[in-house]
Design a protein around this ligand. Structure first.
Ligand code: CTP
Length: 395
């Protein structure tokens, strides 16, 4: 953590006293610590404790030096925001985007990864409101360090005790590492469906939305990569910062990928490319009186297989959308398309498409396998990048 900027947010729970020990650990690990305390936190621990540990002023109010606009400066300078302990109240405010004190303003203004360590009474932790709020924050990409079961201030035994110091340090260290682990990499991502025109108003396509590829692009940018995104038709907005090429057909996508592939070190193909296109595209709208009897199709290029055929050091990751014999089918694609890894997506029923939760398993080599679990596509993007970084460095 040497020289890395950590913003420690302390909110008003009894576990606030433990945040002082954590602050000391972070400082000993070399972190440069900015501490922001809520008014309730100050009822439990004095700001002087944190100021002495961090050897920097502690921030307690959005009004202390208004001319410096402290929340914006703090939000910009920090590389990670860690809220330890996080009360049910602060968690609720963060889930809604309420900014009514310095800490919630900083979080709203910051693009840094967010680590949240809840600590509270068991009933409050298990309340549906808190559980929903934590799920919202987790789906948005926050790293939640789950509380432990143990002795609570109420002299009861239960869930809600602040996570141990080692787990907190590991979560903050992991978040910091992730902000740089793709620095120097040039990443190319294909995403979305393709559309294969039958006539000016009709086309063949599929249910892909491009969400997973867009989330992978966003995450790669956050980790310091340069990102080329080749995106099929979707109403979704690509992340600012990615160089995006919009395409319509599979042939457009193949051409754009060939053009953009130079210098790329990691490519991930999430696009649901149409395997076939109509053999002829009618210049004018086909009338129903024309009564077409059949639609003749021809094969589209395989964008991913083409990348695999000339990969030259490129780390290549495919996706396999399957409804049966998931892993066997995916391993066959891994080999046939010369991939370094393949993410298997179960698309039975509603799963896999659009904004609904997803589940992925990553396969590589002859028997490499990692279950990435289920979650929002944003969470899975982070876990997939963690796995790719690890695989690539072991190569
Ligand atoms: N892919 C591609 N170009 C195609 C077809 C697929 O780039 N014309 C990529 C997808 O982006 C994905 C992977 O190949 O990363 C697997 O796609 P999938 O459709 O599941 O596999 P196919 O090779 O088309 O095999 P099948 O249709 O038999 O399942």
């Amino acid at each position: 953590m040497n020289g890395r900027r950590v913003l420690l947010g302390v909110t008003g729970g009894i576990a606030a006293y433990k945040a002082a020990a954590l602050a000391s650990r972070l400082v000993q690990a070399g972190a440069v610590l900015d501490v922001v305390m809520t008014a309730d936190a100050e009822r439990f621990v004095g700001a002087a404790t944190f100021a002495a540990l961090a050897r920097r002023p502690v921030h307690t109010s959005a009004w202390e030096r208004v001319h410096e606009i402290p929340h914006i400066a703090l939000a910009r300078e920090c590389e990670v925001v860690a809220i330890v302990p996080a009360t049910a109240n602060t968690i609720a405010k963060l889930a809604l985007g309420i900014a009514d004190d310095l800490l919630t303003n900083v979080v709203l203004a910051s693009r840094a990864p967010l680590v949240i360590a809840p600590a509270m009474n068991t009933a409050m932790l298990e309340h549906e409101a808190t559980r929903t709020n934590l799920a919202v924050l987790r789906a948005r990409g926050a790293i939640i360090v789950d509380p432990e079961v143990g002795f609570l201030a109420e002299r009861e035994h239960g869930a809600g005790r602040l996570a141990g110091e080692d787990a907190l340090v590991a979560a903050i260290g992991g978040a910091l590492r992730r902000t740089r682990d793709l620095a120097g990499e040039r990443v190319l991502i294909t995403a979305g469906p393709t559309r294969e025109p039958i006539d000016p108003v009709r086309f063949l396509s599929n249910a892909a939305s491009g969400t997973q590829g867009i989330e992978l692009a966003r995450e790669a940018l956050a980790r310091g990569a340069e990102v080329e995104l080749v995106l099929g038709p979707t109403p979704l907005e690509p992340p600012a910062g990615a160089r995006t090429t919009r395409v319509v057909t599979a042939r457009d996508m193949d051409a754009a990928v060939r053009e953009r592939a130079r210098g790329v070190t990691i490519a991930i193909a999430t696009a649901a490319v149409a395997d076939w296109r109509p053999a002829t595209t009618h210049e004018h709208k086909v009338k129903k009186t024309d009564d077409p009897q059949a639609l003749a199709l021809e094969r589209n290029p395989d964008v991913l297989a083409n990348l695999g055929a000339s990969k030259d050091g490129l780390f290549l990751v495919g996706f396999a959308a399957e409804t049966q014999a998931l892993e066997a089918n995916a391993r066959e694609k891994l080999e046939r398309k010369h991939l370094d890894a393949i993410a298997v997506n179960d698309v039975t029923g509603e799963r896999g498409f659009g904004g609904v939760p997803n589940a992925l398993v990553l396969l590589w080599g002859s028997d490499g396998r990692k279950d990435l679990g289920s979650g929002s596509k944003r969470e899975l993007a982070a876990r997939l990048w963690d796995a790719i970084v690890e695989l690539k460095s072991a190569r």
